[in-house]
Structure formats: structure tokens, C-alpha cells
Design a protein around this ligand. Structure first.
Ligand SMILES: Cc1cc2nc3c(=O)[nH]c(=O)nc-3n(C[C@H](O)[C@H](O)[C@H](O)COP(=O)(O)OP(=O)(O)OC[C@H]3O[C@@H](n4cnc5c(N)ncnc54)[C@H](O)[C@@H]3O)c2cc1C
Length: 396
């Protein structure tokens, strides 16, 4: 029973590893568009960009681990189409790869500002090429503009600050991350930018970028003009499903899957990681999650399903972000509850926010620099328990 995995990042590589750990000893072919040895993406906006940080990406597995995995790894190869009936995937190098089982792990692609593709100095941040270009750009950049103050934008702003550049973040919402964390917590997190000497402009969008070959300024839609020699666009990402357009697979926001990650209406076709939308077993409704641990969890589920084992239990969504030397951790889904408790700050390394559902059960928490509290919150969420026993300090 051969398996073809498309996408050689966290979801794809970890699926291959999890299959081997479950004793799957048949052919695994792994096709990845990026030409590099598989690497981890979170450090691209963190260690790799902070002044004095390492220049090379963090590999997802060592040479020995890769050799032991025994996969037919085809890097620099893009899947271009899927024929479900013929059970074949076409690639950009002219192959037509047969499969018995298929894992779609193609992740997401960053959104760009229209008309800026060829303008030097304007970047998104998803690949090692992006990180290397930004790392080089930060050496000489004087005026950095970050479009979008979500996690990637905030992490980049923090890294740019460490190089001494003047940094302005431009955020369309009145409060960054308000749609995910609510205005109070989003506002509390955003205080860290000004505290570190960066400027945050909110409730304003970008009208256009100025420059012939190279960006020189950003014009906002309230008429203000910001000088810029380096612009990072962090305005979200879209599932990388273009290659599946003619496949007939159910695709809306990502590939539609059952709870066990089998693509709806198919046999032996799965999706994993950022590209997969599934009925989340803990919540009972569909979710597509762009978090590292989610991709890792999916790998374990697919390996179990393929080898006939019992899948591991559903994990509570979890994401972290490193900014200005602090680690922000979010567990659960804040949008499912009301903010019950908020204390501390990012700069103080002591922020804790707790969100509760209708019965007083903890549904989410935001915690800065306190892994023990995070762990307690995670357990309480998983057990649908109240937040009151957690011993949190009074709201401030
Ligand atoms: C800069 C950055 C920082 C991040 N920081 C954090 C963090 O701090 N915490 C956190 O939880 N998450 C973070 N994430 C998100 C996390 O990295 C992702 O959730 C995770 O990488 C998802 O893994 P994936 O394998 O599903 O997708 P991806 O890592 O996006 O990999 C998909 C792979 O598929 C390849 N591919 C796409 N289309 C094709 C095709 N047609 N044919 C062949 N190959 C194809 C792509 O080139 C890519 O290599 C960050 C992401 C980025 C970009």
C-alpha cells in the first residue's frame, strides 16, 4: 500500500515519521515544492531575524533521521494536479505519480498586496528565501513598515527593532488581534510595540506603495505617507489548494475532511496541517487551524488511521509567538467565551487572560512567560473545568 505525501514541511514530514513509528514499512513518496532539506518555519520570523541570530534554518530532521526514514524524497518538485479516479498526481517536472493513499500537506500561501510582486524591498514571510532576504535587508534598512500587526507582523517588528531600524506597524483593525483575542487582550498585547520604541498605527489600511523598482514609501488610506525602504506584508494566508482545482475534492477554506482527516467523499485521501479543515473532535464543528502543533497532531492521527490503530485524542488548539524577548502562548479558542480575567503585561512577562464559556468553564487562556500556568489552563480547558481553581492573581 504505497503512500504519496504532497508537501514536505511539518505535516508531511511528521506524517512520514509517524507512519514509520507505527511500523508502516511500504513505499512512502514525499514531494515538496521547496528545494531545501525540510526545515521548520516558526524560527524564520524569530531566531533567524533577530540581530545576531543564526543564518540557517532549523532542519525538521537530521541527515541520519532522514536516511532512516527511508522515503523517496523529491524536493523542488511541485504537484500540479490530482486525478482522483486514476489515483495519480502530476508534477511540474512531468511525472505522473501513482498512489494508493495520498496525504495532502501543502499548507498555506501568504497573501500579498496587489501589484507589489516585482517591487524590491517588499516581502512576505513564509519560506527560508523570504527570511534570508529579510535578514539581509535588515542590515541596511532604516525605515521598516510592517503591514498587519498579527503574529508574523509583530514578530517581524520585534526582530527589526533589534537591528535598530525605525519600525511602524500598520493595522487595519482598531486593535490588533481583536478578531481572535478581543479588544481588551489584543490592546494589552499591542502595548509592547510602543514600549519597545516601535510605532503602531491602527484602524488604517494601506492605499498604495510608492517606488519604481524599489519601495520608497507606503501611502495609507487616510492620506499619510510613511517613508519605507523595507516593507513586510503580514496580512494572513490562504490554503495552497490551487493544484487541486480540477480534482473535484471538496475545497472551500482548505480541504474539507472528516474528523479523522479523510477528505470528505473519498477513500484513502487525507489532508494534514494548515491546509486541512476538519470537524474538530473536541469542539464538534469544522476548524482549519494554522498552528505548528496542529500539523504535528494531524500527522499522528493519519498514521494511526492508515495503520488501523486508535487515533490519539484531540488536542486543544495551541499557538505561541515570541516577541521582544517574551513568549506569548494561547491555548483554546478565545472566540468561544467571554474575557473573565486579565492581568499583567507582555513587557512585565506576567500577562494572563482567561476566557470562560456559558457554564463558567475555561475555554481559552493567553499567558506570557509562564509555561506552568499555561499547562494548568490547558488541562482545565481539556477537562471543561472552571477557571477559578487556577490560582490566578486578581485582574489588573
Ligand atoms: C514565519 C512563520 C512563523 C510561524 N510561527 C509560528 C509559531 O510561533 N507558532 C505556531 O504555532 N505556528 C507558527 N507558524 C505556523 C506553522 O509554521 C505552520 O502551522 C506549519 O508550518 C504548518 O505546517 P504544514 O506542513 O501544514 O504547512 P507548511 O509549513 O506551509 O508547508 C507546506 C509545504 O508544502 C509545500 N507545497 C505547497 N504547494 C505544493 C505543491 N503544489 N506541491 C508540492 N509542495 C507544495 C510548500 O512549499 C511547503 O513547503 C509560523 C509560520 C510561519 C511562516
Amino acid at each position: 500500500m504505497s503512500i504519496l505525501i504532497v508537501g514536505a514541511s511539518v505535516a508531511g514530514i511528521r506524517t512520514a515519521q509517524a507512519l514509520r513509528m507505527r511500523g508502516f514499512d511500504e513505499t512512502i513518496t514525499l514531494v515538496g515544492e521547496e528545494p531545501h532539506r525540510p526545515y521548520d518555519k516558526p524560527p524564520l520570523s524569530k531566531e533567524m531575524l533577530v540581530a545576531g541570530g543564526p543564518a540557517a534554518p532549523v532542519p525538521l530532521l537530521t541527515d541520519d533521521q532522514l536516511a532512516d526514514l527511508g522515503v523517496d524524497l523529491r524536493l523542488g518538485v511541485r504537484a500540479t494536479a490530482l486525478d482522483v479516479a486514476a489515483r495519480r498526481v502530476s508534477t511540474g517536472v512531468g511525472d505522473s505519480l501513482p498512489f494508493e493513499r495520498l496525504v495532502i500537506a501543502t499548507g498555506v500561501r501568504p497573501r500579498r498586496l496587489p501589484g507589489t510582486d516585482r517591487m524590491a524591498g517588499v516581502h512576505t514571510l513564509r519560506t527560508v528565501e523570504d527570511a534570508v532576504a529579510l535578514r539581509n535587508g535588515l542590515v541596511t534598512a532604516r525605515h521598516v513598515v510592517v503591514v498587519g500587526a498579527g503574529f508574523i507582523g509583530a514578530e517581524f517588528a520585534a526582530a527589526a527593532r533589534s537591528h535598530g531600524a525605525s519600525v511602524t506597524l500598520v493595522e487595519a483593525q482598531d486593535v490588533p488581534l481583536a478578531h481572535i483575542l478581543g479588544a481588551e487582550v489584543g490592546g494589552r498585547l499591542a502595548e509592547v510595540h510602543a514600549g519597545a520604541g516601535n510605532t503602531l498605527l491602527t484602524g488604517v489600511g494601506v492605499s498604495r506603495l510608492v517606488g519604481e523598482d524599489r519601495v520608497t514609501a507606503v501611502v495609507l488610506n487616510d492620506g499619510r505617507t510613511l517613508p519605507a525602504d523595507l516593507v513586510v506584508v503580514g496580512i494572513g494566508a490562504s490554503p495552497a489548494t490551487g493544484w487541486l482545482e480540477s480534482s473535484g475534492l471538496p475545497i472551500a477554506d482548505g480541504v474539507d475532511c472528516e474528523a479523522d482527516l479523510r477528505v470528505v467523499g473519498t477513500e484513502g485521501i487525507y489532508a494534514a496541517g494548515d491546509v486541512a479543515r476538519r470537524a474538530h473532535p473536541f469542539y464538534g464543528f469544522d476548524l482549519r487551524i494554522e498552528h505548528w502543533t496542529n500539523a504535528n497532531d494531524h500527522a499522528g492521527i493519519i498514521a494511526a488511521v492508515v495503520t488501523g490503530a486508535v487515533p490519539p485524542p484531540a488536542q486543544i488548539p495551541y499557538v505561541w509567538s515570541d516577541q521582544y524577548g517574551h513568549r506569548i502562548q494561547i491555548v483554546g479558542r478565545p472566540v468561544l467565551g467571554d474575557l473573565e480575567h486579565l492581568a499583567g503585561s507582555v513587557a512585565g512577562g506576567d500577562l494572563v487572560a482567561a476566557y470562560t464559556g456559558p457554564s463558567g468553564e475555561l475555554v481559552a487562556a493567553v499567558v506570557v512567560d509562564d509555561p506552568r500556568t499555561l499547562m494548568k489552563c490547558r488541562k482545565a480547558i481539556a477537562g471543561r473545568r472552571s477557571w477559578t481553581g487556577l490560582g490566578l492573581v486578581a485582574s489588573t
